[in-house]
Design a protein around this ligand. Structure first.
Ligand SMILES: N[C@@H](CCC(=O)N[C@@H](CS)C(=O)NCC(=O)O)C(=O)O
Length: 201
């Protein structure tokens, strides 16, 4: 299998974390490409030229990080360990989607900031940062329900908090007033899968 990724891209980080958690390093070749350059290998597998893109052993592509994570979680002796069982599956998917929602919101700010300064909307950026802040404040109240054995939801949330630090450190101090979530993040960040994939600043 091949995973097309880039080191600062958060959805791809999440997949790399899952590869390490599942000990699949020897089964997945990592290919570092920039999607904006529209590289042939990526565009052929995914005409949207988005990262992450997985190319399975049979050559078939799989896109969208939640599906890639679930696919990888079905492999190995511990199939399904990160996806949960019964009703808990939906709690995990919910937390996963909340984490992805933070990533989507921050990514939209990054895209806005790539436009010429005269075309950027400070009100739009402020609105997006407020959404992230509101979500983090809500999660601070829910952190007691997070699984002690991190599943896809918790791993995604850790990547999302890391992406706030990478892209919004001048816009918000997410730890202020959110000490429970900050303590949880400090602990989960020690996991080798998260420490190893921390994005370059
Ligand atoms: N929902 C998708 C989002 C993937 C996505 O939007 N990736 C962005 C980067 S974070 C991308 O590759 N954009 C194209 C570009 O930057 O040119 C997923 O979860 O995989």
């Amino acid at each position: 299998m091949k995973l097309i990724y880039s080191p600062t891209y958060p959805y791809a980080r999440k997949v790399r974390v899952v590869i390490l958690e599942k000990k699949l390093e020897n089964q997945v070749q990592l290919v570092n490409l920039s999607p904006s350059a529209l590289p042939d290998e990526l565009v052929k597998a995914n005409p949207l030229s988005r990262i992450p893109t997985l190319i399975r052993d049979n050559g078939a592509p799989l896109i969208d990080s939640p599906f890639i994570c679930e696919y990888l979680d079905q492999l190995g002796n511990d199939a399904g360990r990160l996806s949960g069982k019964g009703d808990h599956v939906w709690d995990i998917k919910h937390l996963h989607a909340m984490g992805d929602g933070i990533l989507d919101t921050i990514f939209s700010v990054s895209m806005e900031r790539r436009r010429d300064e005269s075309e950027q909307s400070p009100a739009y950026i402020k609105g997006q940062v407020t959404r992230v802040q509101r979500t983090v404040d809500a999660l601070n109240k829910e952190v007691g329900t997070f699984s002690a054995n991190p599943k896809l939801g918790e791993l995604t949330m850790a990547c999302a908090l890391g992406y706030i630090e990478l892209r919004l450190s001048n816009d918000m101090d997410w730890r202020a007033g959110n000490s429970a979530l900050a303590n949880w993040y400090a602990e989960i960040s020690k996991r080798p899968s998260l420490a190893y994939t921390e994005p370059p600043k």
